[in-house]
Design a protein around this ligand. Structure first.
Ligand SMILES: [Zn+2]
Length: 777
């Protein structure tokens, strides 16, 4: 039997601004709503779009050699060189591969741990099998002959025995004065002469001798958060800047430790700025030192890499985020691109190192990644505005299947590159995050406290085909004019400014869904006496809440318990608190957010809840049924079937946006248990707070990740099929600027006239194997 078709409906709101315009605060939400209302038929030609068009005209011509490399090079490649490779690097063969894969830039190992060129610095040890060869120089010359940009890859993070013996005080030490070791190396200290003098000398040498377009380094930020360097340089700098002695150990309740966390971020930014000053002075203004950054915010926290501050000072982000993980799936790559573009702007590039070897849960550096696995990760990256960068480890590969992955996908990328860059995302839902929340609320449990709630919310959005954008909590004043709703997934740490921004957003008519412990801590992770957003949430903490690092409530968050949520109903219980069994009476009307649950009075939960005081006027739609045994069957009955402990509170004030507060951690539960009830309820809450203002409505089966963009005069819809093939029928509501007469399918290479009727265009896609991109002109 044929699958039911998947129907798409797309709507376009008037206000779609480019990232530069979006940074200018001032457009009020109400003005925007009026504007949107005036554009009920989705007129879209506005001054800001015209400006965006001009910007694109200026910037899209990727081939123009007047553009600096960091705007021009859209496809990258990297053969990460081993010490043995100087004996077997077949440069002519690799030149052919560069051509076949259509790359425009290469990342070539230059120095750091070992040198791949004859360095004048005696401690810059040559790679073991380099001999007299200048492999970096040969590769840089070959790449320049092919017209490719060259990034010299460094590794500043460690050195061997000889170096350590020469300068033991340049390396990180523990409280006992013992050097830290990692990767078989001594870990160089971020605050010592190794980073502050020696590496800059190498950068000058390489920039002067070889003229690479820029530099990269994926091990640039020194010792991670798990260790505290107690060397003299760190002690002196910390004393000078913070007026304290270094903390002896990790203790989040110690103010000095939290000072050290902030100071440690600052030290890494000093390195970022120092290296950029050095390479630009030695290699010219476009000789950017771009470091490398990861795709996980918790990972960036562990390395003291402040993503927002880094993006503010960067022309390009080189993203080291090579593979899917089981928890977050392929869709994580699309989301990561959008998150970073939100910080960096949509006019800049984010090439991503994409491992073509088996990387991830089990790593086999020399085995090809299964082709569909590599391909779908890359396709999701494209959908999120990421550029491809193939990555092989080693210049000689015995698993030649790895060489067949990049060529076809890069050929497609090259043919369609104009549609894949310099575009503005279209979404009406913003999901709010901050690195501070991961640090000072997540602390050592960021996966449980921050990442799982985030994942549950965003996976529910993908499942419901609701386009969303990650938005930094400091940027709420720039972006939300575009948004109908903001989601705060357990955003516990909020600064007073961030709180004020959310308040303003709601006052101007924007909807909010807040979950868990949102706004319960100040910017240092110190519990507040009540939720900072209590008035919006319609709920107040009753007792002094447990300290953020109290392990008992965390334990209860981690594992599913046998708890339920009771749907409010006037018939839910009798005077004695005993719930009625199914009554012969028709069920009372329930709130629309509980649509689909008409035939149940309870929902599975799994978490626990604490009592809250609820404001008059706020409505409690779900209450806790506390845990009771699951075994033996004789014991399975509710000991306390009805409580007044709220799990879901809706608060709607006149002339303000709708607010839904979900103290029940259904986001975290959905990330862990994947129960459809939880995903459906989360999506329905988003629909309610957003007043169904979505640019894209899809009915039908399948897990399809939908990303919508616009460029002047056209709309671009990426569909990434995370389930299987099917026949999809699609209906798009057109703006005035888009006529809808021409449809171009960039993957199946078809053209179709489309059937235009009453401002809508309808069309069918016979099948989507893994992805499709539809350009509606
Ligand atoms: Zn140190």
């Amino acid at each position: 039997m044929a699958k039911p078709p998947l129907k798409f409906t797309l709507r376009f709101r008037g206000e779609i601004r480019d990232s530069a315009a979006a940074r200018k605060p001032g457009t009020s939400r109400r003005a925007f709503l009026q504007q949107a209302a005036a554009m009920a038929t989705a007129a879209i030609s506005s001054a800001s779009l015209a400006a965006f068009g001009a910007q694109i005209a200026k910037e899209t011509n990727g081939q123009s050699s007047a553009q600096p490399w960091f705007r021009r090079a859209l496809r990258w490649g990297q053969t990460n060189i081993t010490e043995l490779d100087p004996t077997r690097y077949d440069i002519p063969w690799w030149r052919g591969y560069w051509k076949r894969t259509g790359i425009q830039g290469v990342i070539v190992n230059a120095g750091g741990i070992v040198a791949y060129y004859p360095s004048k610095f005696p401690l810059h040890r040559r790679a073991r099998f380099l001999g007299e060869r200048d492999l970096f120089g040969e590769l840089a010359r070959a790449a320049h002959e092919e017209g490719l940009a060259v990034l010299a890859r460094m590794d500043s993070g460690g050195a061997g025995e000889e170096f350590y013996q020469a300068h033991p005080d340049w390396f990180a030490v523990d409280a006992g004065g013992q050097p830290y070791r990692a990767r078989g190396l001594y870990v160089s200290c971020i605050n010592g002469p190794y980073y502050r003098e020696y590496i800059p000398d190498l950068l000058r040498e390489i920039a002067g001798r070889y003229q690479p377009e820029g530099f990269t380094d994926n091990s640039w930020s020194g010792l991670g958060r798990g260790s505290i360097c107690q060397c003299e340089n760190c002690a002196r700098r910390f004393r000078d800047q913070a007026g304290q002695s270094l903390p002896a150990q990790s203790n989040w309740d110690d103010l000095v430790y939290r000072d050290w966390i902030r100071w440690s971020y600052g030290c890494r930014l000093e390195i970022w700025d120092l290296n950029n000053a050095v390479t630009r002075e030695a290699g010219g203004p476009n000789c950017v030192w771009a470091g490398m950054n990861g795709g996980s915010i918790a990972g960036q926290c562990q390395s003291f890499r402040d993503y927002k501050a880094i993006c503010e000072r960067s022309e390009i982000i080189l993203l080291d985020h090579q593979s899917r993980n089981d928890a977050s799936g392929f869709q994580n790559n699309g989301e990561t691109g959008k998150l970073i573009h939100g910080l960096l702007g949509w006019d800049k590039l984010i090439p991503e190192s994409m491992a073509l070897y088996q990387a991830g849960r089990t790593t086999f550096r020399f085995s090809a990644k299964p082709e569909p696995e590599a391909r779908l990760w890359m396709l999701e990256g494209f959908a999120g505005g990421i550029q491809p960068w193939w990555h092989h480890l080693g210049a000689y590969q015995e698993d030649r299947r790895a060489f067949h992955i990049a060529e076809p996908i890069n050929r497609w990328h090259r043919a369609n590159e104009a549609y894949l860059i310099n575009r503005a995302p279209v979404a009406t839902v913003g999901v709010v995050w901050s690195q501070q929340n991961t640090d000072f609320y997540g602390r050592d449990d960021a996966e449980l406290l921050v990442e799982q709630p985030w994942r549950g919310i965003t996976q529910a959005l993908v499942r419901a085909r609701i386009p969303y954008l990650p938005i930094h909590a400091d940027h709420l004043e720039r972006g939300p004019a575009r948004f109908a709703a903001l989601i705060l997934p357990n955003l516990s740490v909020m600064t007073d400014t961030q709180v004020a921004s959310v308040r303003k957003f709601v006052a101007q008519g924007g909807g909010v869904l807040a979950t868990g412990e949102t706004s319960s801590c100040d910017e240092w992770g110190q519990p507040r006496p009540d939720f900072a957003l209590a008035d919006l949430l319609g709920a107040h903490a009753i007792e002094r809440r447990a300290a953020a690092n109290d392990s008992a409530p965390r334990k209860s968050m981690a594992g599913a318990q046998h708890t339920y949520l009771r749907l409010s109903s006037p018939l839910a219980s009798n005077a004695a608190g005993v719930p009625f069994a199914k009554t012969p009476f028709p069920a009372p009307p329930r709130h629309p957010v509980l649509r689909g649950f008409e035939e149940t009075d309870i929902l599975p939960f799994g978490g626990t809840l604490e009592p809250l005081r609820v404001d008059a006027g706020a409505r409690v739609l779900l209450t806790l049924v506390p845990a009771f045994p699951v075994y033996p069957p004789e014991a399975v009955w509710m000991r306390e079937p009805v409580t007044n402990i709220p799990g879901l509170i809706l608060n709607e004030q006149a002339r303000q946006g709708r607010v839904a507060f979900l103290p029940a951690d259904l986001d975290r539960r959905f990330a862990n248990d994947n129960l459809p009830d939880h995903g459906n309820l989360l999506a329905q809450l988003v629909s309610w707070v957003a007043r169904d203002e979505f640019p894209l409505l899809v009915e039908g089966p399948g897990l399809v990740d939908c990303h919508l963009y616009r460029q002047p005069g056209r709309l671009i819809l990426h569909l990434v099929n995370l389930t299987s093939a099917g026949t999809w029928r699609i209906k798009v509501n057109l703006g005035q600027e888009v006529r809808g007469r021409s449809l171009k399918f960039l993957v199946s290479a078809q053209k179709s006239p489309g059937r235009v009727n009453g401002g809508w265009v309808s069309f069918e896609i016979k099948s989507v194997l893994d992805h499709e991109v539809v350009v509606i002109g």
